[in-house]
Design a protein around this ligand. Structure first.
Ligand SMILES: [Zn+2]
Ligand SMILES: [Zn+2]
Length: 262
């Protein structure tokens, strides 16, 4: 079975194509379960996400597609939510409680710095990467511990511009994986890194192997921001997961975890 749980829509203002085109492409790619997980509305960096008042329409759009394509593909309705340790007020109660299939928790900011945005790449010169990684991993752990999310999105995203996590932090990475396992969450294998400067899926093979040792469940996501991205890198990441020893992955319906063979 083929599942892709991380896909955006035009509503986040930095993705293109209509949701229906995504579904047609997913069917074409023989995807059995396709999840929309657009960036959640948030009163922070609002130009890169849907407006709060749009959330209802986002749900209606996806539900309409669920009905229309119910004989061909299962469509899940989800959100990718930002976690900012200093802005917990941005974790809106009604979105957390909305009847969604799952929430992907992601960290795209270190304090106020959107570190994966090429616009702010100059900031790397001013930063100590060891400190950045420490802070990033601490935020991840805090996010996981809230128990609000089902999936950890692109776990080592901070490497996007080729700053791999320092070896010395392996214990902290191990602790993050233990926390994922303890919270009954899943670790996302996200192919989008393959089309970014780092040219490697998130997370690295090393981290996936550590996750396998701890029996951490995995999901697959192409993190599509355009129709062409759907299914991108799938064969490559599947191969990596298989070589490490994974045979099963998971998906979520109404926040319940289901296993499948990939
Ligand atoms: Zn995005
Ligand atoms: Zn993301």
């Amino acid at each position: 079975m083929r599942v892709d749980l991380h896909n955006h829509t035009y509503r986040c203002n930095h993705a293109t194509g209509m949701p229906e085109e995504y579904i047609l492409r997913a069917i074409d790619k023989k995807i059995d379960i396709f999840g929309f997980s657009c960036h959640a509305p948030m009163n922070y960096d609002p130009k890169f996400r849907m407006g709060y008042e749009e959330f209802k329409d986002y749900c209606i759009d996806i539900q309409r597609l669920q009905a229309k394509f119910s004989n061909q593909i299962e469509i899940l309705l989800a959100l990718e939510m930002d976690f900012l340790p200093n802005h917990l007020d941005l974790l809106y109660e009604d979105l957390l409680k909305a009847p969604l299939d799952y929430l992907i928790g992601s960290i795209h900011f270190l304090d106020d710095w959107g570190f994966d945005n090429p616009e702010f790449i100059g900031e790397y010169k001013k930063r100590d990467m060891l400190e950045c990684w420490r802070e990033y991993l601490a935020s991840l752990k805090q996010m996981i511990t809230t128990g609000l999310f089902q999936i950890v999105g692109h776990m080592d995203l901070l490497k996007v511009f080729n700053h791999q996590p320092p070896k010395i932090l392996e214990n902290q990475i191990q602790e993050v994986l233990e926390a994922i396992k303890k919270q009954n969450m899943a670790l996302e294998i996200n192919a989008s890194g393959l089309r970014k400067p780092v040219k490697e899926q998130y997370p690295s093979e090393r981290i996936i192997a550590m996750a396998f040792e701890q029996k951490v469940p995995i999901t697959f996501g192409s993190d599509a921001h355009s129709v062409e991205h759907i299914g991108f890198g799938y064969e490559q990441v599947i191969e990596i997961a298989k070589n490490i020893g994974y045979k099963e992955a998971v998906f979520f319906r109404k926040k319940r975890m289901f296993f499948y063979d990939f």
